[in-house]
Every structure is written in structure tokens, then in C-alpha cells.
Write a protein that binds this ligand. Structure first.
Ligand SMILES: [Zn+2]
Ligand SMILES: [Zn+2]
Ligand SMILES: [Zn+2]
Length: 161
């Protein structure tokens, strides 16, 4: 309800909904939590803890990197933020509301956001058949995007270009 004091935090109400979710889960809405969430919203989600820290620096120079780490941890415990890994391990942060499965092209680095229900089906199968509970989106799926695949298929090794 109250304004976020952090400047150009526009977006489609996702900030407000996330703040509401914190309260629902019994958490307090502190300035550092607000700043971290706003930084993730502004970045559209693919930011590491260090990048979040850099974004916050301009408006809140009093928030240290260690605070950002602690804040992210607390927000994850509250269930409003989740980290996932892009490519070979880099952790980036998403608001829970925005979560999706990432497909990463290992050739050009393109990140494709796949609908969640694609991997939800896998999760349900694993649970039903193996009794294994997982959040499949925690790691991205590595592969080749359409363009890179086509290039590798077409750009044969024998014909000189
Ligand atoms: Zn994403
Ligand atoms: Zn992890
Ligand atoms: Zn590619």
C-alpha cells in the first residue's frame, strides 16, 4: 500500500504483491528487503547477489553486500524469492511469482524461458514413479537453441564456405 520510496519502482504491481506475500508469511518488510525486491523487479529477474548489490548502491549506499546476502536468504526462507542456476552453476534470483524453467544455449548463451508446466509434468512423474520430490527448475536445461542447432546441422564440416 505505502509507496516504496526507492524511486522508479513501477512494474505491474509485482512489488506490492511480493510485499504482501512477505506479510502473509509473517515476515517484516524492511528497507533492505524492499530494496532487494525492487532491484530484482527492475532487472527482470536474472541477477546475481552481486548484481543486486550493485543496483542498490545508487539509491541505498548504506546497504552492504553481506546485508544483501542475508536479505536474499531471509526472502528465500519466506518463500517469496528463489535462486536458480543458469548454465553451469551461476546463481540468479527470481521472485517466486515470476518463476519459470530456463533453457540455456551452450553455444550462444541465449536464455529461453520455458513455461513451468513443462517441467511440472516431469516433477509429478518423478514423484509418482520414484517417490522423488524435486523442483526441476532449480537448474537450467542446457542445450542448443534453434539457430545454433541449425547452424551446426547446416554448416557441415566438409563443404568450404
Ligand atoms: Zn528467468
Ligand atoms: Zn542452488
Ligand atoms: Zn544458441
Amino acid at each position: 500500500m505505502s509507496a516504496a520510496g526507492t524511486g522508479q519502482v513501477a512494474a505491474n504491481g509485482i512489488l506490492e504483491r511480493t510485499v504482501e506475500a512477505i506479510r502473509t508469511h509473517g515476515g517484516r518488510v524492511t528497507p533492505s528487503r524492499l530494496a532487494v525486491i525492487a532491484a530484482i523487479v527492475d532487472s527482470e529477474g536474472h541477477v546475481s547477489a552481486e548484481e543486486i548489490f550493485e543496483r542498490i548502491q545508487a539509491s541505498s549506499p548504506d546497504i552492504h553486500l553481506s546485508t544483501v546476502y542475508r536479505t536474499l536468504e531471509a526472502l528465500e526462507k519466506l518463500g517469496v524469492v528463489e535462486h536458480v542456476h543458469l548454465g553451469h552453476g551461476r546463481a540468479i534470483y527470481h521472485l517466486e511469482e515470476n518463476l519459470h524453467q530456463h533453457l540455456v544455449c551452450e553455444s550462444c548463451g541465449t536464455i529461453i524461458e520455458a513455461p513451468h508446466d513443462l517441467t511440472e509434468r516431469l516433477e509429478m512423474e518423478l514423484e509418482a514413479r520414484l517417490g522423488f520430490f524435486t523442483r526441476a527448475h532449480h537448474f537450467s536445461i542446457i542445450g542448443l537453441c534453434r539457430e545454433c542447432h541449425r547452424r551446426e546441422q547446416g554448416g557441415g564440416s566438409t563443404s568450404p564456405d
